[in-house]
Design a binder for this molecule. Structure first.
Ligand code: NAP
Length: 255
């Protein structure tokens, strides 16, 4: 019997095929949760479960964990995933981590409507759809839960070339704080993490020169590791944070 801080819990993680989502699966499973790794890239979600999660209690090669293909911006797919989860596990996920996210950077004066809309669709609407569907399932089952939404420090301060991304991430903050107010009476907590620069594929497009400039502004003098964000996700998912809701937590090395 696992004794981790989220032992026995079912956790749904979106964007679980890479970066922070994958690290969240790693830490949550290490801490005793059964993990559903959801990503639009099914192969990468499978890779997360097979290679990066601690084995759960089940008899097969991946324990009770599962990998699913999910585009978070597709409301039908989100609904279907919740239904499938209820069938397979008999309970809804009581930890929900919204880590799926994309960038489509450009200067404001050059940004296409398409790039604006796609980023908002995935980062903001996708987070809304997953949060709403899971919160409904939790209230239907009269279960408490913890929702952890991944915003960005850019959502608080803005960033050149990221009007669409910063807008989506600022939206995630306001949306989560509103949801926390509505869902508190059901003992469903909603919190937001604002990562700074974390070593994942999403920042690979930042030019070296720009990155050197950014590092000068980080008191800890380095970019973060996805596991350092995942440890905070596990804390917020667990009862260790039982009186924290509607909070935003910077994980930035001080940036
Ligand atoms: P990542 O390594 O690119 O991981 C994001 C994952 O989400 C990828 O597997 C991606 O698949 C998946 N995804 C994209 N669109 C999706 C959709 N519509 N439905 C389901 N999955 C989708 O990036 P990350 O750094 O881990 O980012 C995780 C979250 O942290 C994002 O919300 C990001 O904005 C936020 N964040 C990251 C940083 C950072 O410095 N890394 C800083 C602040 C905030 P594809 O690879 O196929 O696109």
């Amino acid at each position: 019997m696992s004794t981790g801080i989220v032992a026995g819990r079912l956790a749904l993680v979106t964007g679980a095929g890479s970066g922070i989502g994958r690290a969240a699966c790693q830490v949550l499973s290490r801490e005793g949760a059964t993990v559903i790794a959801a990503d639009r890239n099914y192969e990468s979600a499978v890779e997360t479960i097979k290679t990066h999660t601690a084995l759960a209690s089940g008899a097969n090669a991946v324990g009770d964990h599962s990998a699913v293909e999910l585009d978070v911006s597709d409301s039908n797919a989100v609904q279907k995933l919740v239904q499938t989860t209820l069938k397979q596990y008999k309970v809804p996920p009581t930890i929900v981590v919204n880590s799926a996210g994309i960038t489509r950077d450009n200067w404001l004066l050059k940004m296409s409507e398409e790039d604006y809309s796609r980023v908002l669709d995935v980062n903001l609407k996708g987070t809304f759809l997953v949060m709403q569907a899971c919160a409904k399932a939790l209230t239907d089952a009269s279960l408490p839960g913890s929702i952890v939404n991944i915003s960005s420090i850019v959502g608080k301060y803005g960033n050149m070339g990221q009007t669409n991304y910063a807008g989506s991430k600022a939206g995630v903050i306001g949306m989560s704080q509103s949801a926390a107010k509505e869902l508190g009476k059901f003992n469903i907590r909603v919190n937001v993490i604002l990562p700074g620069f974390i070593d994942t594929p999403i920042i690979k497009t930042v030019p070296d020169k720009v990155m050197q400039g950014i590092l000068k502004l980080v008191p800890l003098g380095r970019i973060g590791n996805p596991i350092e964000v995942a440890e905070v996700i596990a804390f917020l998912g667990s009862d260790k944070s039982s009186f924290i809701t509607g909070a935003t937590l910077d994980v930035t090395g001080g940036y």
